[in-house]
Write a protein that binds this ligand. Structure first.
Ligand code: TYD
Length: 136
């Protein structure tokens, strides 16, 4: 099964421009508890390099483009986000790395929980070990 779970948002556009509305448990598959966004990234400075024990997220590249690598311990897949009307759902226990940011990239993340450092798995070896137990 592919790790790339894209959600297409309806774009409410008219001659004045586009508008996209994101709503908990409607076009976002969880209760939104936190929103954060990243900008000013450099293409040669990748970010992420972690998984979450419980957190679910939807990533939306609201400007520019970037690539997201996902890894569930068995397979790795990379997707490019370049459309502000598309969200990438990332479930818990998925290792992710964000890279190849365009100069104008703004990456917004919706999450179903408040920031909690104890929910992070920041070591790839630890992640691989946890997932090898899962996959047995
Ligand atoms: P970090 O996890 O390193 O970002 P990335 O996953 O993109 O590489 O986060 C950068 C800093 O911001 C780090 O000190 C943790 C802090 N932070 C918060 O305080 N709240 C948040 O919601 C997030 C995502 C990060």
């Amino acid at each position: 099964m592919s790790l790339i779970k894209l959600i297409k948002f309806e774009s409410l556009g008219d001659e004045r421009g586009q508008l996209i509305s994101l709503e908990s448990n409607k076009n976002i598959p969880f209760d939104i508890k936190r929103v954060y966004y990243m900008h000013g990234m450099e293409s040669d400075k990748p970010r992420g390099f972690h998984a979450h024990k419980d957190l679910q997220q939807v990533l939306v590249c609201v400007s520019g483009s970037c690539k997201i690598l996902m890894d569930d311990g068995k397979q790795q897949e990379t997707v490019e986000l370049s459309d502000s009307s598309v969200g990438l759902f990332i479930d818990k226990m998925i290792w992710r790395e964000m890279h190849d940011f365009s100069g104008d990239c703004v990456l917004m993340v919706l999450a179903n929980a408040w920031y909690d450092e104890s929910d992070y798995i920041r070591g790839y070896d630890v992640f691989k070990q946890l997932m090898s137990g899962e996959n047995k």
